[in-house]
Design a protein around this ligand. Sequence first.
Ligand code: UTP
Length: 218
Amino acid sequence: MKIVISLGGSLISLNKPDYIKNVADLIKKVSNDFELYVVVGGGKLARDYINTARNFCNDESYLDRIGILATRINALLLNSFFKKDIPETVDEVMDIKPPVIMGGTTPGHSTDAVSAMVARKVKAKRLIIATDVDGIYDKDPKKNKDAKKFDRIDIKELIKISGRTWKKAGESAVIDAIACSIIEEEGIPTLVLNGKNLKELENAIYGKKFNGTVVEIK
Ligand code: UTP
């Protein structure tokens, strides 16, 4: 059974090597039961580079390329435990035996979108978006104390919240608009959770009850 995980870049921090090791251990363990595809985000590294480059350059596609390299270096970091080839396109994913670890592909979307494209390509059973908040909220929980978490949300409602278009390099949404469209079109079962809690991630991988949000596709 194939499962795709979008591992938000905010989870990868150079001063938390234990977390990276624990993710690698989980990938190894779970790979006995599932074919895993892990798409790693760029996080602070991508944002810092993009924000600095934005002082000199307003070419969004160029800024995206900087972001993509940040996602790939984070993927390489996690891949230190596996030392496998890192696909640079969704097509290349098909040439590698899981577990597959990769970063971004081309400008114009985030690694959430890449994970949805990979899920479509490999016909994944589910897509898990592991981020740094406990699920999908009605507003940004980091900025609004009264934000309410959805246990379940219809994909159409989510699209209303996040909008239909890709914004700017480095700009974040709950799940990026391109990812939402693919999830809707392909009917990919999607779960959103806090990747800091690896027990919850493991529960979601195994299809058990987990703390987070289920995106419903009707
Ligand atoms: P991320 O996927 O980390 O984006 O890629 P994000 O939305 O900032 O991160 P999360 O979802 O909150 O963790 C970082 C940046 O790299 C570029 C984009 O500019 C993105 O904002 N990128 C990444 C691409 O252009 N294409 C890709 O395939 C991946």
